[in-house]
Design a protein. Structure first.
Length: 233
């Protein structure tokens, strides 16, 4: 082939690629409004975005690929765990993630801010991002195991109801009784259950009132939950 022939093949190939690239770019931009549901960008969505920025959630999380790869990607978190579990994760992380190795911090998010965040996540989850970034399925199952339908594990939920008025974990809860962040190092589940029914049987000096009205099921769930608290907070 002559030099000239090669040049024209090069030139037409380059121009054709350029034309395809420009067309695809234009075509994508043409669809941005529809793909992102721009018309559903309400004030509350914007408020949620501001909370996201103010609290620097992307110091640990990614959304649409932006952020830090320490914690789960939250692009589709609304589909994954739903509004109630999001609120619980954000407002009571020390309870939900008490058993986790990687901790989500309590950032002092208010009820209003949590609602705004939920609306923001709902909007983001409806963006048609052509399945990008890929969702990490292993994170999904780990998180879902922890965030059961009620938002917290049964043991954590029962602890919150029955014990948190007097005891704290991770700084959340009452101070009438001691913090129980490290109670798993002191007592196993059976000893905790015995303690709750009859504190003096386990520790003759105990000032805790016996909790007689709590159901056996709740007590077992609470004891299992507490026996895993080994001072990581
Ligand atoms: C210091 C790091 C850090 C920061 C900052 C942080 N998170 Fe998290 N977050 C985590 C970790 C770690 C987990 C997962 C814990 C686990 O699964 O054991 C998590 C879990 C979550 C989950 C549940 C995700 C799922 O798929 O189950 C939500 C929702 C969430 N965070 C929202 C937020 C929001 C909103 C903010 C900002 C207000 C925020 N996080 C700030 C570390 C962080
Ligand atoms: C009315 C307040 C109150 C409630 C409710 C309460 N506790 Fe206590 N608890 C205390 C006090 C006070 C102590 C400290 C007893 C002492 O050492 O004198 C204590 C101690 C304990 C201890 C021993 C801590 C240690 O380090 O030795 C355990 C375990 C415990 N509580 C579990 C529970 C569980 C589980 C529940 C819920 C089912 C519960 N408590 C509900 C007040 C309460």
């Amino acid at each position: 082939m002559s030099n000239k022939g090669a040049f024209y093949i090069f030139l037409s190939g380059t121009l054709a690629s350029l034309a395809i690239f420009l067309f695809l770019t234009w075509d994508t931009h043409r669809q941005v409004g529809a793909l992102t549901n721009a018309d559903k960008l309400s004030e509350q969505v914007v408020a949620g975005k501001h909370v996201w920025e103010k609290k620097n959630c992307n110091n640990c999380h990614t959304i649409l690929g932006f952020g830090v790869y320490y914690a789960p990607d939250l692009t589709k978190v609304y589909d994954r765990i739903g509004p109630d579990a999001i609120k619980t994760a954000v407002m009571e992380p020390e309870v939900v993630y008490a058993d986790s190795i990687r901790k989500m911090p309590n950032l002092g998010v208010t009820e209003q801010e949590a609602d705004d965040l939920v609306t923001f996540f709902e909007w983001v989850s409806n963006i048609d991002n052509n399945d990008w970034p890929p969702q990490d399925r292993s994170m999904e199952t780990a998180a879902q195991r922890r965030l059961s339908a009620s938002g917290v594990s049964p043991g954590a939920a029962a602890f919150k109801e029955q014990c948190m008025a007097c005891h704290s974990i991770g700084g959340a809860g009452g101070s009438n009784g001691p913090a129980l962040d490290d109670i798993g190092s002191k007592y196993d589940a059976a000893a905790i259950a015995r303690y709750v029914r009859d504190p003096k049987a386990v520790d003759p000096a105990s000032r805790m009132p016996a909790q007689g009205s709590i159901s056996d099921d709740d007590l077992q769930a609470i004891s299992d939950f507490l026996s895993k608290q080994r001072g990581e907070n």
